[in-house]
Design a binder for this molecule. Structure first.
Ligand code: FE2
Ligand code: FE2
Length: 441
């Protein structure tokens, strides 16, 4: 299993597992106030973390303490401040532990049986629900409109992961394309995971759907585009070049004096794991696609050097993977590799970058800020809250807004399978769905 897997990925995997366990312990501790039985749950999670910590140290890393609070904050937002606040909240906590056991377990130096036994003990106290609660009612999402900082020079659209080939994806993407065509956007950037399984048929369909955009558009590669499930092979780079007309090593585009650095952060490496289902806590059938983390190749570092050069025009950066510190799930591992994130940070320090936009997570949030430059995760058409983003660019900066698809029937249909946890995951705070950015000085 480990033969072709980079050692740094395994280290990130173990680091990630430790953060998950320490964060679970924090949540359980907070729940203890409402139900004392969670004191023992917190102790179990801490014990699991201490076992995992041994494998971090043997990899000459120190545990990432700074991740615990924000990651626990993220989990807490999903599962609630009280154990009975969110349907399936307690079960979700167990599934996080299952993820740790399934992914990090095989790569621990020791203690794999012990962490599994502790997880089983925890499960013996969990009341597993007998029925699935009703989805929350669908309520259309109002777009938050903010005044752009000056006269609008042009508007561009951001279409995050399209996952063509998965249920509802094509209809939702077509709806987004129709909305973008009517939005006045002069160009559109798509953020990767164009296809769902990296199959050639999906590339063909995706290219057809995206060609319905009536303005120029740029695409990027995501981890779902790298590996063809059908062919069981890493042929995505070749298929991308065939259907999207360029080698996926980044692209620098200019529109009305603003640069668009479009990076292809998907790593050309097969995952050793089948896909993991967080609902059931088990691995799914079949191959695992590509590794989930992001990396930037040398030509893309050259693009970054170009946009950081003194006197260069303002630039937006687009890529599939959010940069570090990444606090979604799983932490660290799901984001852009540390070294590339650090480089992106340094490029933002040049003062030439106005914003970073990432896909991959299917949610609205601001991952981090490099100085005053936000790294924004953009939610997708297929999943709640079903939409895309628009950016109004002025001489002074821009205003960003997330927009739900205007086809509310399609949204309501898609919403039938949306759980409360999904809701809490995807929506984001109002200030993450709409904000105004002004250049300093
Ligand atoms: Fe995706
Ligand atoms: Fe992705």
């Amino acid at each position: 299993m480990t033969d072709d897997l980079a050692n740094d990925i395994l280290t990130d995997l173990v680091r990630s597992a430790w953060i998950v366990e320490r964060s679970r312990a924090s949540i359980y501790e907070a729940w203890t106030e409402h139900d004392s039985r969670f004191g023992a749950s917190a102790e179990r999670a801490l014990k699991r973390a201490s076992i995992i910590e041994r494998s971090i140290e043997s990899r000459n890393r120190t545990p990432d303490d700074s991740f615990i609070e924000p990651h626990a904050g993220w989990i807490g937002n999903l599962v609630g401040a009280r154990p009975d606040e969110v349907a399936f909240g307690e079960l979700f906590m167990i599934r996080l532990a299952d993820w740790v056991d399934g992914h990090a377990g095989p790569f621990l130096d020791d203690g794999v049986d012990e962490i599994a036994a502790i997880n089983e003990e925890e499960k013996s106290f969990v009341p597993f629900p007998e029925s699935i609660p009703e989805a929350p009612p669908f309520v259309p999402l109002e777009t938050i409109e903010l005044e752009p900082p000056g006269e609008v020079r042009f508007t561009f659209g951001i279409l995050a992961d399209t996952h063509i080939g998965s249920p509802r994806a094509e209809a939702m993407t077509r709806a987004a394309v129709a909305d973008l065509n009517a939005s006045g956007a002069e160009m559109v950037v798509q953020l990767g995971d164009i296809t769902n399984h990296g199959n050639e048929r999906e590339f063909i369909r995706a290219a057809e759907v995206l060609s319905e955009l009536e303005m120029p558009y740029l695409t990027t590669m995501g981890n779902h585009d790298v590996y063809s499930y059908r062919k069981e092979a890493l042929i995505g780079r070749r298929l991308y070049e065939k259907y999207f007309g360029r080698a996926p090593d980044g692209l620098l585009h200019e529109h009305k004096g603003i640069r668009f650095a479009v990076l292809d952060s998907a790593e050309d490496l097969a995952s050793p794991f089948p896909p993991f289902n967080l609902v059931t806590g088990t691995f799914m059938e079949g191959k695992g696609g590509a590794v989930v983390r992001g990396v930037l190749s040398t030509p893309q570092h050259e693009i970054l050097a170009d946009i950081a050069a003194p006197g260069s025009p303002p630039a937006f950066v687009f890529l599939h993977h959010p940069p570090q510190p990444f606090h979604g799930f799983p932490p660290i591992l799901f984001g852009l590799r540390d070294t590339d994130s650090g480089r992106l940070h340094a490029v933002c320090d040049s003062g030439n970058v106005w914003g970073i936009f990432a896909g991959h997570t299917h949610r609205n949030t601001i991952t981090t800020r490099f100085g005053d430059v936000p790294a924004v995760e953009v939610a997708i058409p297929r999943d709640f809250p079903f939409g895309y983003a628009l950016v109004d660019v002025t001489d002074e900066g821009y205003s960003y807004r997330w927009v739900q698809l205007s086809n509310k029937e399609l949204c309501a249909e898609g919403h039938k399978t949306v759980s409360e946890i999904h809701h809490r995951y995807g929506l984001g705070q109002p200030e993450e769905r709409a904000f105004v950015w002004r250049k300093s000085g």
